[in-house]
Every structure is written in C-alpha cells, then in structure tokens.
Design a protein around this ligand. Structure first.
Ligand code: GLN
Length: 202
C-alpha cells in the first residue's frame, strides 16, 4: 500500500462521489466498490450516506453482504457516515424488519432519530482526536447512537439544543462512524483521521 492506501467506497447508492473526492484529497487512492472480488484490492472501506434500507437490499442483490461482513470481522478498517453508521452497527432501532446490517461496531443506533422538527441541521462539534478546532457537522435525517459497547470510544456528542448529549461519532478499533456527513463540507479532517488509521492498520 505504501503511503497511499486504496479505499473502496461502497458504490451501490448514496453520496459516493463526495466521499471519493474527500478521500482523494486526504491522500488515499479510491475505487468504487460493487463486487466481491474488489474487496481483495482494498485496505479500507467507506460506507456513504444515503438510505440504509436501500443499501441493505442492494448489498444482498450484489452478493456483498456476507463477504463484506467477513472482511470486517477479519479487521478491515471502515468508516461509515449516516446511513453508513447504521449499516456498520450491531443493532438498529426504527428500521425495517428485513433490513440487514454488518455488525462491525458494537453500538445500537436509532434511525431518523432527531425527529421531524430538526431532522436536518448543522452544528459545530468537538471531535476527539481532532484538536485544531471544531468540525462543522451536517446532519440529514441522521441516526444517533443510543448505546455503546465496552470497546467503543465516543468521539463526539451534540453540544446543545434538544438533542444535547446524543452520541454522533464513535470508534471501535479500526472502525469509525459519524451520524453526520464530513464528506459534504470540504473539511478533510475526519477523512484524514480515517486514512491515517488505514495506513497504520496496513
Ligand atoms: N435516514 C437515512 C437512513 O435511514 C440516513 C440518512 C443519510 O444517510 N443522510 O438510511
């Protein structure tokens, strides 16, 4: 991999292009990941924002669900934003009964958790591990993390307002997830953090 890791962005649905641009700018080579064989070429994977139940269905249609789950179990670094967080979780509340997830993070997430009044909003967040100022966080019908397992670090929580204290960024080993969309703001620090983690893991 050298200093330029290859990161596969799951390209079934969602904001794939934005993640590839951010990862490229953060020093990674990216591929659009759609086939099982492509899993062998990647040092890490990103699951974009979009619609988690649609992505769940497409993971099954493309025969990727089990292969991706296996690679994650074997330690493939991963980052998921929003719908990507939902897919990486071990338990999902308020989803469809037939929706699948990848069990890569020991967290319980609630879909569309912020409710109708505030279902999309922006705020400045302190993120653990990012010391040079807050991150502008864009939430779009986002989930929050309702429960974290023992091995999970909380990286960020909502500072104020009706959802104050809600956990919106987590990491467990080489797997991280945000309820918000760092790929849409031009601030590369969350993507850099992930690319660094992928380099270290390799
Ligand atoms: N509400 C979406 C879902 O449940 C996630 C929204 C997003 O990724 N912006 O999948």
């Amino acid at each position: 991999m050298g200093s330029t890791p290859t990161i596969g962005v799951l390209a079934l649905q969602g904001d794939v292009r934005e993640h590839r641009a951010a990862l490229g700018a953060a020093g990674a080579h990216t591929i659009a990941l759609r086939r099982e064989s492509e899993l062998d070429r990647v040092d890490g994977v990103v699951i974009p924002g979009g619609e988690s139940t649609t992505m769940s269905r497409l993971l099954q249609v493309f025969d990727l669900l089990e292969p991706l789950r296996d690679r994650l179990r074997d330690g493939l670094p991963a980052f998921g934003s929003c719908a990507g967080m939902i897919l990486l979780a071990s338990e999902v509340l308020d989803t469809r009964p037939d929706a699948e997830h990848l069990d890569a993070l020991d967290i319980t997430v609630r879909r569309n958790a912020f409710g109708r009044q505030v279902d999309s909003f922006e705020t400045d967040l302190e993120v653990l591990g990012i010391d040079d100022g807050p991150v502008r966080a864009v939430f779009i019908r986002a989930p929050w993390v309702e429960k974290v397992g023992a091995g999970v670090e909380v990286l960020a929580a909502v500072p104020d307002g009706p959802a104050a204290g809600r956990v919106v960024a987590v990491r467990q080993g080489v797997v991280m997830a945000t309820s918000f969309h760092p790929e849409v703001t031009g601030d590369l620090r969350v993507h850099r953090m992930f690319v660094d983690a992928v380099r270290k893991a390799g």
